[in-house]
Write a protein that binds this ligand. Structure first.
Ligand SMILES: Cc1cc2nc3c(=O)[nH]c(=O)nc-3n(C[C@H](O)[C@H](O)[C@H](O)COP(=O)(O)OP(=O)(O)OC[C@H]3O[C@@H](n4cnc5c(N)ncnc54)[C@H](O)[C@@H]3O)c2cc1C
Length: 329
């Protein structure tokens, strides 16, 4: 056990002022379901832990004509029980209920879910996010890579983005708000996820002294959305592939589409190829299959994960068909 300082600010300004300007010195603590495991395994060893759970502004869900605002501290359990979420974003509710177990959902916050660190077993065993051996040779490409990326894996980052709810949030067009010493900023959720190029960089566009304050969902009347996960078994485990699809239909043709694939790349994979393919077409077995092929067209599997290409295609095809047939109930 390494000693660390524990602070509990009760407002955002105080929290930001307690965070260091470089990574490694401080960490934000929300539900702790990921961070405490990383600390116990000595993967991260902050000198100060900034507990944000006493900051009231970061809590709660509210709805208006502009959409739905979800405070960063809202637990996944509270979110899945929220009648507005179930009614207006049913595919999100379906994805939420699949996360871990009720106990974890009752602790885990949405801010923590977006910022949770990759499940890559090299990272979790202390070899870093872009793992190398002493001679500088990359470990994943020549190692145990069956759960790693099949897209955007040309560089040293080969882990997969871990959240199973981020793909459907992106499909619904979610935005994220951040607050730091220079003030507030807001970005499309897909822009929050980045591919690190050097060890020490993170997989989020989050500065070390910024906090995620809220997630914003646009109104979704007329959106038909669906989520489809492929898991090895029905257990508290992470899936092998996830696909999230949101369609707006014009008659029997797709007017616009967002297709996001999870667990295939270091970032959630928003597929413009699949979107282009679907737009202006009806959805049927054939078009869904072609869109799924398009979504994975750039896949370059590693030595042990070629099986994921077909799994991800199946997830995309089934999510498209499910969305077109009315989406999540
Ligand atoms: C057995 C098990 C199964 C799981 N299965 C799934 C699954 O199927 N799908 C899935 O999506 N997840 C799954 N998870 C992960 C779980 O959802 C996350 O651990 C959880 O959402 C993290 O939230 P937290 O509040 O506990 O975050 P913490 O553990 O407190 O923090 C996680 C990270 O986020 C940072 N952070 C937290 N809040 C903020 C904020 N507001 N601003 C900036 N940084 C912040 C922390 O500094 C830390 O780096 C599983 C976890 C377990 C243990």
């Amino acid at each position: 056990m390494r000693p660390f300082e524990y602070v509990s600010p009760n407002n955002k300004t105080q929290a930001v002022s307690l965070l260091a300007a470089t990574w490694g010195k401080t960490e934000i603590l929300a539900g702790g379901t990921d961070l405490l495991a990383l600390m116990k395994d000595d993967v991260v060893s902050p000198r100060r832990l900034v507990n944000i759970k006493d900051i009231k502004d970061l809590q709660g869900v509210s709805s208006s004509a502009q959409g739905t605002r979800i405070g960063a501290l809202t637990t996944l359990g509270d979110l899945v029980d929220d009648t507005r979420v179930r009614k207006n974003y049913p595919a999100l509710a379906e994805a939420l209920i699949e996360v871990a177990s009720p106990q974890i959902r009752n602790r885990a916050t949405i801010g923590g879910n977006l910022c949770q660190r990759p499940r890559c077993w090299y990272f979790r065993n202390g070899f870093g996010l872009l793992p190398k051996d002493e001679s500088g040779k990359e470990l994943v490409a020549a190692g145990e890579n069956r759960y790693h990326a099949i897209l955007a894996n040309d560089g040293p980052a080969k882990f997969v983005s871990p959240s199973t709810i981020v793909p459907i949030l992106i499909a619904y067009g979610a935005r994220i708000r951040l607050e730091g010493p220079k003030g507030k900023r807001e970005l499309a959720l897909e822009k929050f996820f980045v591919v690190p190029k050097a060890e020490g960089e993170r997989e989020h566009d989050l500065r070390p002294n910024e906090i995620v304050t809220e997630v914003l969902l646009p109104p979704a009347p007329g959106v038909q959305a669906a989520n489809y996960e492929i898991r090895q078994k029905e257990a508290f485990d992470w899936p092998l592939a996830v696909a999230a699809v949101a369609l707006r239909m014009s008659g029997s043709n797709v007017q616009s589409a967002r297709v996001v694939v999870g667990y295939v790349a270091p970032v959630p994979w928003l597929s413009s190829e699949a979107e282009k393919f679907l737009t202006g077409h009806p959805v049927n077995q054939e078009t869904a299959q072609k869109a799924a092929l398009a979504a994975l067209s750039g896949a370059k599997p590693l030595s042990d994960n070629a099986y994921k290409v077909q799994l991800a295609r199946v997830a995309v095809k089934r999510a498209i068909l499910k969305a077109a047939s009315g989406g999540a109930a």
